[in-house]
Write a protein that binds this ligand. Sequence first.
Ligand code: S3P
Length: 436
Amino acid sequence: MLKDSVNFRVHPSPSISGKAVIPGDKSISHRAIILSAIADGNSKINNFLQGDDTLATIDVFKKMGVDIKNNENFIKVKGVGLHGLYADDPIFDFGNSGTSVRLLAGLLSAQDFDSHLIGDESLMKRPMLRVIKPLQEMNAKITCTNSGTLPINIIGNQKIKSIKYKLPIASAQLKSCLLLAGLYANGTTEIYEKIETRDHTERMLTNFLHPVIKKDNQIYIKQANRLIGCEIDVPGDFSSAAYFIVGAVITPNSNIILENIGVNPTRSAMLKILKLMGANIEIKDERLISGEPVATIYAKTSKLVGIDIPEDLVPAAIDEFPIILIAAACAKGKTKLSGAFELRIKESDRIQSMADGFSGLGIKTELLDDGMIVEGGQFSGGIVDSSNDHRIAMAFSIAGIVAREPIIINNCKNVSTSFPSFVMTAKQVGINIDYV
Ligand code: S3P
């Protein structure tokens, strides 16, 4: 964990190059712990992300009596089976992690004990009704505040029933929450999603020998008798790789190689967006690891042009928009992002946080309710606030490489939620970054 007050300063660099080592995928690490914990038998998770968010998930399962050994390089989990969790103390603190709290709301609704779910200041403000409403339809006794936020209270020991549910928003957290509740619901739970969102839960369930059935945009999950423990290799996190991909693309004379990166198509639409902008990116050595596509990514200096980002690509690039907008600020002409209202309710309001950062660095933007228009230009240098949001902090660090003067980014502690080694990795490829 980074210390409480952490600010980054990035001096411009003439070029960046080399191999950037990217830690394990956050979304996949969460799911590997969750399913290992409720499987029968032992599981081993390699390349687990040692970030604050995924460690919060581990802590919650330890509190529910699961034996989890964290050896840094790998994790060993002694599964307790679908009905083996217990809670002497019903208060579960999820820190900053939206994924942990939303996924576990589904799992905890189906347990025979009560639970009380809380988080840090940012998480306590994020919308939870999206999971509460369908879980109530599944007969869960689950409530949150009148404003739809944490704390969530769950009264256990309910008979969870299957539902047919059309996702009203493109959200993998919501879909995964319902899939986890669906493991316990009598019958078959059917979920319809209009635009496909990341399918890590579906793929992970296959590793534990409880595959879901997918027909077009319809997903079916049957009640489970049991899951079987297994060994999982977690790919490098595409969302963390994204900073170095864009870093190479916007910096002169640059060339970055990223090995073993997850390139699941429901997750990696940033590649399509950058290619539409003219980026020089190659994907090689594609293969499957624990059911997830991984590859080596080569990114090079490119001449970018502004585009209208196709709205159907938004869900599969949702976490990459802070860094995509940095690329847009370096492109010739205007880039328009729309259909991305969800960005307003992430760890910060990412549309506002990016616009504020841009305005302090001489980049012109026009705010939209569900996105923004960015006019390409040059970053002047100056001071930016991350709004306590890891992705804003890392995005503006990359902007610092090509700014006229240094950029200082305040409040970067939360970088440790997803990429604790970011500064070290950045230095290794030649980014002139330090703590101030
Ligand atoms: C995640 C899903 C996405 C993403 C988040 C991780 C997941 O959220 O933004 O960082 O692991 O399922 P939504 O599903 O709410 O869009």
